[in-house]
Design a protein around this ligand. Sequence first.
Ligand SMILES: C=C(O[C@H]1C=CC=C(C(=O)O)[C@@H]1O)C(=O)O
Length: 374
Amino acid sequence: MTLPIYFQKLEQQLEAQLPFVAYRHPNSDELHLQLQQDAKLEYLENFQQEGFVFAPFDDQQNTIFFDRKKAEFSKLNYAAEELISEKTTSTTTFETTLQQKNFHENLVEKGVEAIKNSALEKVVLSRKQVLVVKTQPIEYFKRLLKNYPTAFVYCWYHPQVGLWLAATPETLVKTQNNRFKTMALAGTQVFEGTTDVSWGEKEKEEQAIVTRTIENALTTIEGIERLQISEVHTHRAGNVVHLKTDISGVFLKDSLAEIVTSLHPTPAVCGLPKQMAKEFILKEEAYDRTFYSGYVGELNIQVEKPRNPRKRNVENSAFNLIERQSNLYVNLRCMQLLENKAMLYIGGGITIDSNPNAEWEETLRKAETMQKVL
Ligand SMILES: C=C(O[C@H]1C=CC=C(C(=O)O)[C@@H]1O)C(=O)O
């Protein structure tokens, strides 16, 4: 398959109103394409299934599942120069109303008050920004691929649900056989040409809450061992930078469901304590997040690995040929496309030291990730 044929297949599938997902992992030059053969809407039944999942923020709602076995699946290696899009950046701007600004700043103030007066330590508050655009999903997908090589970039469609695109910097969990990796990502500032930056106490604490919570959640899961937690470092995500801690370990084969349910939604998108923050969000945000801050990606994909020639044990090397992988990402820096409309979803972590105006500004900066490709 060539790159033009890859995008042509996407166009045809969209025209036929059949579900699909096209995606690329971070720092990879391999494009994936999963085309479903019928328009049935299926939900995930258990974490043993092999396919692509699309989970909402609210973990009480169903996760959408694209079964790999019922799909046409292909991969394609590409070089960034081959991605010819009409233009790679846009001049589209959006106007925010005073009402939107006031609502968000008010929401942040309520969050800070709740933190001061209750057991709530952190809550992530978000909003939706609607932009009038030409609806060109495949073109936007190309631009996302070109602009954000270090992000997980996808274009997902189901006729009964809609069309979503994202370039997310955040991994929920990645597994390879019995090894797993996750991350604590939080704290934001504008990228000014270097990742050698200093961070304020508010951002450090906001991110440390995420690391502590993930560590606590993982240590309660039976069979998790060799937990490794890296130093905090600065990670670039397009026009912003975040604080990041890498976390890894080994786990028991059957505990993936437990890992995902104990992590999602992490305090990078919900808060601490989880249930209290979630209730605050559902009550106060005044809009439905749907799939924003949910998770998205491959579940139990079988990947063929070349044999290790240095391994003497023939039985072992034959056994190691197929590896099971899951690659789940948090659905951030995302948008939903409707007829002539793009809905951008953006949020930020609120702690006791949050400033409402700075939080509003932060949503504007984060919105630029998607705005840039429209
Ligand atoms: C909730 C979002 O980002 C999260 C991830 C990184 C940094 C964040 C922050 O600084 O608030 C958020 O926790 C979003 O992009 O909508």
